[in-house]
Structure formats: structure tokens, C-alpha cells
Design a protein around this ligand. Structure first.
Ligand code: HPA
Length: 269
């Protein structure tokens, strides 16, 4: 049996739910999973074929359940390519969600702001992306037991109807949001000033180290995708301050409650 079939068989021992939503949330938003009613929590380390996290003490979990009567699954512990995972392995969780029947995926991340009007704390709906790494999870991917496509849907990655709806929801909640293009860099080091100048020239509004491979994989499995970046800092060279990880975490904490309200409203809608 393929890894994916074994993984699905393992999960199906604990839950027969077909979640309406899958959520892959950037660090800092894991508390949302605490709101799940009657959660079924599965350690990813117990799932056959699930790539092991390379971060010490890092717990990977899938949390299944309902919020406001809506079934969903949270993927806790995103796999980054900069941790040493292949781009194919880093998107294993997305193929797993597709195998479970998930049709709608919400992805969030932290990002550096390139658009000069984006101050730290800005929430940006991702309307398009630039794949600066040129890595792609669909290259040479083993045929999966589930229908996936290498070519289809490669124009529209982020669902515009869902994004518009989400923007309106945010406005109704009094939460200002923007839209923009997210550029994926490999990391783990931050960008240079020259790189950020180049990224601005080619049309990037924000830069980060995740999300794009997951979105490519999700679209090839025909999922609808909604993407949201929290701008946690000015990208390199756009402010006088040195970029530091503490700042990224601090801004993430500040906007967390807005983000949580927003994600909950999206689910309930
Ligand atoms: N660059 C890359 N990734 C990031 C940044 C950044 O400035 N901020 C948060 N994640």
C-alpha cells in the first residue's frame, strides 16, 4: 500500500469524519484548535509515512472535530522545506487532507511586507504568488491513489469568490485587510536588501517561507484555497531596524485575536 493509503487507514481507525475545511495555520494560531468540540487528536508521528518534524520538541498533530457545527481538521506543525524536507514531503499533509475528502483549504502565514503601505500588523489576503524557489511538489510526484492533476488549475490558485467573501466578512467585523501577491523564498535566512528591491520590482507585496507548495498541491487536488498573510515586519531594508525573529513573534501575538475572530467567522459563514 502507498504511504498515503496507510496514513488514511490509520486516521480512519479514529474518525470517519469528512471535514468541510482543512486549516494550515502559521505559528501562533494553534490556540484556535482548542475551540474544537469533541476533538479527535492524532499525533502525526504515529501516522505511517508522515514526514517527521526536524524541529526538536515540536509536536505535529491533526485535530479533527467541529466548530459551530462545522466539521474541520487543523494541521498543527507545518512542514517547511527549509527544515530539510523535500518539497514533495512537505506537502504530504495536503495530499492527506485531499484523501480525507477535504475540499476547502485555509492557509495562513507570517510574512515580511514589501508593499510600502503594509505596516507590521497588516492582514493581506493572498490573491497571487511568485514561486521564487522554482521548487514544485508536483514534479515527479508518485501517482497518488486520488485524482490529482499536474497541469490543471495553474492559473487561479486563490479562490477569488471566497476571498471577496472573506474580505467582506472582515470589513463587517471591523478588521481592516488588504490584498496582494506573496513571494515564496526558501529561507531559513531572511532576505537581503538587494533581494527585496528585486522582489518589489517583479510585483511582490509580501515575502515568506511557506504556503506556496501547499497551495500548488491543494489546487492539483482540486481544493478551493483561501490564503492570508500576517505582515509581521517590514522586509529587509525597508525600515531602519534590523530584522529580528522576536519582532515577527511579537506582531504575530498582537494581531492574533483579530485573526482568530476572522477564521472563526469564515468557518461559520
Ligand atoms: N521574510 C521571510 N519570511 C518572513 C518574514 C520576512 O521578512 N517575516 C516573516 N516571515
Amino acid at each position: 500500500m502507498s504511504d498515503l493509503r496507510l496514513a488514511l487507514a490509520h486516521i480512519r481507525q479514529f474518525t470517519d469524519i469528512t471535514p468541510r475545511f482543512g486549516l494550515i495555520l502559521g505559528s501562533g494560531l494553534s490556540a484556535l484548535a482548542d475551540l474544537v468540540r469533541d476533538p479527535v487528536v492524532i499525533e502525526t508521528s504515529q501516522i505511517p509515512g508522515y514526514p517527521a518534524s526536524t524541529v526538536e520538541g515540536h509536536v505535529g498533530k491533526l485535530v479533527f472535530g467541529t466548530i459551530d457545527g462545522v466539521s474541520l481538521v487543523f494541521v498543527q506543525g507545518r512542514l517547511h522545506v527549509y527544515e530539510g524536507h523535500s518539497v514533495f514531503n512537505s506537502t504530504f499533509p495536503v495530499r492527506l487532507l485531499a484523501g480525507l475528502g477535504v475540499k476547502n483549504l485555509v492557509v495562513t502565514n507570517a510574512a515580511g511586507g514589501i508593499n510600502p503601505s503594509f505596516k507590521p500588523g497588516t492582514l493581506m489576503w493572498i490573491t497571487d504568488h511568485i514561486n521564487w524557489t522554482n521548487l514544485n511538489p508536483l514534479i515527479g510526484s508518485a501517482p497518488s491513489p486520488f485524482p490529482t492533476s499536474r497541469q490543471a488549475c495553474h492559473v487561479k490558485f486563490y479562490d477569488s469568490e471566497w476571498t471577496t467573501k472573506a474580505q467582506n466578512l472582515a470589513t463587517n467585523l471591523g478588521i481592516p485587510t488588504s490584498t496582494g501577491t506573496y513571494l515564496w523564498t526558501l529561507g531559513p535566512s531572511y532576505e537581503t536588501k538587494a533581494e527585496i528591491r528585486a522582489f518589489k520590482l517583479i510585483g511582490a507585496d509580501a515575502v515568506g517561507m511557506s504556503t506556496v507548495p501547499e497551495v500548488i498541491q491543494a489546487r492539483s487536488c482540486s481544493m478551493k484555497v483561501l490564503g492570508l498573510s500576517t505582515i509581521t515586519n517590514f522586509a529587509a531594508g525597508l525600515s531602519n531596524d534590523e530584522l529580528n525573529h522576536q519582532e515577527v513573534l511579537e506582531v504575530g501575538r498582537r494581531v492574533r485575536s483579530d485573526l482568530e475572530r476572522l477564521v472563526l467567522a469564515l468557518i461559520a459563514d
